[in-house]
Design a protein around this ligand. Structure first.
Ligand code: NAD
Length: 292
């Protein structure tokens, strides 16, 4: 298995900062990149707050936290990626954004470097084809919130070689994650099942079958889900949910994946869920208040 010592993470949003967090705690040196200074600052604050919570629950020691935080170097330049053994892209769920990132990465990373994407739905094979090393390219789909969720979906593209796959398994193990293999088809396994359910919940809201509260209560108490689907949509990010539905709709050409117009409307309003402080719930007060 190939040796990974230094990891680069592109995108410091909710997933990118979570990935940096678990990598640093596992002993990797991490470069955390984002185009936005603000996102980097927020990302580092989130990592610190989440690690503090782990310390207060005795999951890690204060020393573990101090050492891990020192291992993370945030920055807006990709130049430090000239030292990374593995670069993980966790930027906005838009194909053009990711393709541009991989093009820039190929200019700076050494030949030995593996490339990975945390995409929720976009074809690994297609993203790999935009790089100079499709055989060293793989999908590592972390779950949100990364420090707490046990699963990592591993998705091989058409060209991904065995060495890269084994690197991914070893890396997941080092992070304490359990892997599951998914074939490279739109949205893989978790989101192929989960996001159409969320979209259906938005249709139920759109058609007046229930209110935000009644739909979430119904699924929590009636299906034993820990979170209602609309609460979960806010947690994932409504822009990400919409992008995944669009990838499913385009990729599988089946009308059952049509994104709900109400989901589109929320995204158009910029009501993207928790990260924007407003989505199907309004998070600006002490307790979340349904917006419909
Ligand atoms: P987010 O909106 O919280 O963060 C995205 C970040 O990417 C932002 O900080 C943005 O500034 C940055 N970014 C955009 N363009 C960039 C560029 N060219 N270079 C560097 N940074 C750039 O989104 P997120 O929820 O963290 O999602 C990131 C990725 O992870 C997406 O592909 C998403 O599908 C995937 N994902 C999300 C979840 C989830 O529950 N949110 C779960 C698994 C995977």
């Amino acid at each position: 298995m190939s040796n990974i010592g230094t990891v680069g993470v592109v995108g410091a949003g909710q997933m990118g900062n979570g990935i940096a967090h678990v990598c640093a705690l596992a002993g990797y040196d991490v470069f955390l990149n984002d185009v936005s200074e603000d996102a980097l600052e927020q990302g580092m604050k989130t990592i610190e707050a989440n690690m503090s919570r782990q310390v207060s629950r005795s999951m890690i020691s204060p020393d573990d936290m101090t050492t891990a935080l020192k291992r993370i170097q945030p920055g807006t330049s990709l130049e430090p990626f000239g030292k990374v053994d593995l670069a993980i892209e966790a930027a906005t769920e838009k194909r053009e954004v990711k393709e541009a990132i991989f093009k820039s990465l190929c200019d700076v990373v050494p030949e030995r470097t593996y490339l990975a994407t945390n995409t929720s739905s976009i074809s690994i094979t297609r993203l790999a084809a935009t790089t100079d090393r499709p055989e060293k390219f793989i999908g590592l789909h972390f779950m949100n919130p990364v420090p707490l969720m046990k699963l990592m979906e591993v998705i091989r593209g058409l060209a991904t070689d065995q060495d890269t796959y084994e690197m991914a398994l070893g890396f997941a193990k080092a992070l304490g994650k359990t892997t599951t293999n998914a074939e490279d088809y739109p949205a893989f396994i978790v989101n192929r099942v989960l996001v159409p359910m969320i979209n259906e919940a938005v249709y139920a809201l759109y058609e007046g079958v229930g209110t935000v509260e009644s739909i979430d209560t119904a699924m929590k108490l009636g299906a034993n889900h820990p979170m209602g689907p609309l609460e979960l949509a806010d947690f994932i990010g409504l822009d990400t949910c919409l992008s995944i539905m669009q990838v499913l709709h385009d990729g599988l050409a089946d009308t059952k994946y049509r994104p709900c117009p109400l989901l589109v409307k929320y995204v158009e309003a910029g009501w993207l869920g928790r990260k924007a402080k407003r989505g199907f719930y309004d998070y600006r007060g002490d307790a979340p208040v349904p917006t419909r």
